[in-house]
Write a protein that binds this ligand. Structure first.
Ligand SMILES: Nc1nc2c(c(=O)[nH]1)N[C@@H](CN(C=O)c1ccc(C(=O)N[C@@H](CCC(=O)O)C(=O)O)cc1)CN2
Length: 280
């Protein structure tokens, strides 16, 4: 019998969003409407889609969402000016700068400009540092989504070997920190890792965050591994080769319908958290 588990991100996402509904109602009863501002710079079609998905998700739940779309020629200084204005706007609870930005912009500098209490996307170095030390308010949304899926399906982390493939500031590094804080033994791999298949064959938990379509193959996995695919490559293709990895895995997230929808739910949750903090 096939007793594999498909880790259903839509199901996890629905659960998170249902829990948010009464909290949003309570905020509104107190005269506060949670509010997220998304900033999109340039015309990258995938980024435009993701920003639209975030705005739609906010609206469906009664979170106010404002989209700021800046031209592709925007300078770092102009972007910083926009962010500073939003930092000072007390009606705005969360600020999200869609990654990537055009190459003339210093993205790190722009992320760092976001006020820590409005960094619901978990992109500032302060937010990352707090996440790594285990007391952060808002971990980056995809790492938080991965941990939520793991917890929803009651997957044990303590003492397990987690191999994270990727070390980006908003995905590979923070998810490694979150797994470590939950007592997993974590190996973080990257483009200079020599023996990736060998390391993956030792993994109980695999997090694919490499940004290359179908990069991770089934014969690199241990039988019974849990696979979380954080890839979002064009054509809705993940970072793992789904069919071959499905054969080996005990549990696996699909793309679409896995980590992606939960990432957006985490953004909604963090925005509601931020709005609630303005009341206390
Ligand atoms: N500032 C940020 N930029 C980016 C982040 C981020 O978390 N913060 N993550 C990615 C892209 N991303 C959100 O921005 C994202 C990508 C894909 C999905 C998603 O739900 N995908 C669906 C399929 C898409 C579709 O239905 O059209 C799925 O997997 O089911 C959510 C968020 C880069 N930039």
């Amino acid at each position: 019998m096939d007793n594999k588990i498909i880790l259903d991100g839509q199901k996890v996402s629905t659960h998170i969003r249902e829990e948010l509904k009464p909290r949003i109602e309570a905020l509104k009863a107190n005269g506060v409407t949670p509010s997220l501002v998304t900033i999109l710079v340039g015309d990258d079609p995938s980024s435009a889609t993701y920003v639209k998905m975030k705005g739609n998700a906010c609206e469906r739940l009664g979170i106010k969402s404002q989209k700021i779309h800046l031209p592709k020629e925007t300078t770092t200084e102009e972007l910083l000016h926009t962010i500073y204005e939003l930092n000072n706007d007390t009606t705005v609870h969360g600020i999200l700068l869609q990654h990537p930005v055009p190459s003339q912009i210093d993205e790190r500098k722009a992320f760092e400009a976001i006020a820590l209490e409005k960094d619901v996307d978990g992109v500032t170095s302060w937010g990352y540092g707090q996440t790594a030390l285990g007391f952060g308010l808002y971990p980056s949304c995809t790492p938080a989504a991965i941990l939520n899926i793991i917890d929803y399906y009651n997957i044990q982390l303590q003492g397990k070997h987690a191999v994270v493939v990727g070390r980006s500031p908003i995905l590979g590094k923070p998810v490694s920190a979150l797994l470590l804080n939950r007592n997993a033994t974590v190996t973080t791999c990257h483009s200079y890792t020599n023996n990736l298949p060998e390391l993956l064959r030792q993994a109980d938990i695999v997090v694919a965050a490499v940004g290359k379509p179908e990069f991770i193959k089934g014969d690199w996995l241990k039988e019974g591994a849990v696979v979380l695919d954080a890839g979002y490559n064009p054509g809705n293709v993940g970072d793992v080769e789904y069919n071959s990895c499905y054969e080996k895995a005990a549990a696996i997230t699909p793309v679409p319908g896995g980590v992606g929808p939960v990432t957006i739910s985490m953004l909604l949750k963090h925005t509601v958290d931020a709005a609630e903090r303005t009341l206390s």
